[in-house]
Design a protein around this ligand. Structure first.
Ligand code: PLP
Length: 368
């Protein structure tokens, strides 16, 4: 094992399972006795084809992906893919419009991107702060919309859907970048799901896209070829050079998830780990403040302030400095919101979360 002295609570790129890091280290120079690294391997070689196929098979198995869905391994990150969504789907209906549920920074960015290609309908009144999910009964879905878009977990604001929106016959599109494989999902409810790998399932460079087959072939003519689902699916993600090493790392992480009980087991752990932190927050007599409504608090990213709802700069600085001294890294909140953010992706262990809990309790005792 890797005997690490630090704990990485970063929001992404994030902690990888130590056994995965060890495996990549072992195989970095000589992959399975071939004498070369995955870094040096042709993406059209039979050895890389095996890596790609194994990764896809594992993903399909872990999420029980139905046969009528394609699994793609693309580049451009979550941002590339939320730009690709309107280019592929806005033309599904004549009105060229799309419904967006905007619950945080990432869905807001995606909506802004879609405005370049069609009409965007935000289905609820604009939120003053990203701390809640507007009640679905108040959503104003447009029957002419080509698709309905949402972000399952807002990494910056810590808002997570604990349900799948019921949009009847509409094509549901979801950005699952920061909670992918942290819970089982019913893929059949979605038209498209995408997720950058660098949080729960690997390292930066590769983005998984799961797309229902009937949604291939509707891209607008301006859609760059590399973002076109149909072309990428027709070429088994090998239209151009894929991020080979990132796909290899993803394969190892998926194997690790499988060996550790799969998506259901990741969910149990995620509930447990996040409750450990939320309990400290809720029992801190207001020293720690999480602004997010309880029903949609994220299990993955927990943002909180110290001292008051607006945050006391001095206390927050002290907290972060002390955390670093204790070996707890990357707890600083996103630059757009400030404060603290603890990210508890799959690779973060209960023991590591317990260390943060102990530190928070200790901090509370010395500051109240
Ligand atoms: N969507 C979500 C939910 C994210 O958390 C991020 C990045 O943190 C993105 C999209 C953008 O991903 P990328 O930086 O890979 O483009």
């Amino acid at each position: 094992d890797i005997n690490r002295q630090v704990i990485n609570f970063g929001a992404g790129p994030a902690k990888l399972p130590p056994s995965v890091l060890l495996e990549t280290q072992k195989e970095l120079i000589d992959y399975k006795g071939l004498g070369i690294s995955v870094l040096e391997m042709s993406h059209r070689s039979s050895d890389f084809t095996k890596i790609l196929n194994t990764t896809e098979v594992l993903l399909r198995e872990l999420l029980d992906v139905p046969q009528n869905y394609k699994v793609l391994f693309l580049q451009g990150g979550g941002s590339g893919q939320f730009s690709g969504v309107p280019l592929n789907l806005i033309g599904l209906k004549e009105a060229k419009c799309a419904d967006y549920i905007v619950t945080g920074a990432w869905s807001a960015k995606a909506a802004k991107e879609a405005e370049k290609y069609g009409k965007v309908n935000i289905v609820h009144p604009k939120l003053g702060s990203y701390t809640e999910i507007p009640d679905p009964s108040s959503w104003n879905l447009n029957p002419e919309a080509s698709y309905v878009y949402y972000c399952a977990n807002e990494t910056v604001h810590g808002v997570e859907f604990q349900f799948v929106p019921n949009v009847e016959e509409a094509v549901l599109v979801c950005d699952m970048s920061s909670n992918f494989l942290s819970r089982p999902i019913d893929i059949s409810k979605f038209g498209v799901i995408f997720a950058g790998a660098q949080k729960n399932i690997g390292c930066a460079g590769v983005t998984v896209v799961i797309v229902r087959e009937d949604l291939l072939g509707h891209a607008v003519k301006e859609c760059p070829t590399i973002l076109d689902y149909k072309i990428q699916a027709g070429n088994a993600s090998l239209y151009n050079t894929p991020p080979c090493f990132s796909i290899y790392v993803m394969g190892l992480v998926l194997e690790w998830i499988k060996n550790n009980g799969g998506a259901a087991s990741m969910e149990k752990l995620s509930i447990l780990k996040s409750e450990m932190i939320y309990n400290v927050i809720d029992q801190s007599n207001g020293l720690f403040v999480c602004p997010v409504e309880k029903s949609c608090r994220s299990r993955m990213n927990i943002p909180f302030r110290i001292g008051s709802a607006k945050g006391d700069n001095v206390l927050e600085k002290q907290f972060l400095e002390k955390a670093v001294q204790l070996g707890m890294l990357s707890l600083k909140g996103h630059r757009s919101v400030g404060g603290i953010r603890a990210s508890l992706y799959n690779a973060v262990t209960i023991e590591e979360v317990q260390k943060l809990v102990d530190f928070m309790i200790d901090f509370k005792e010395t500051h109240q």
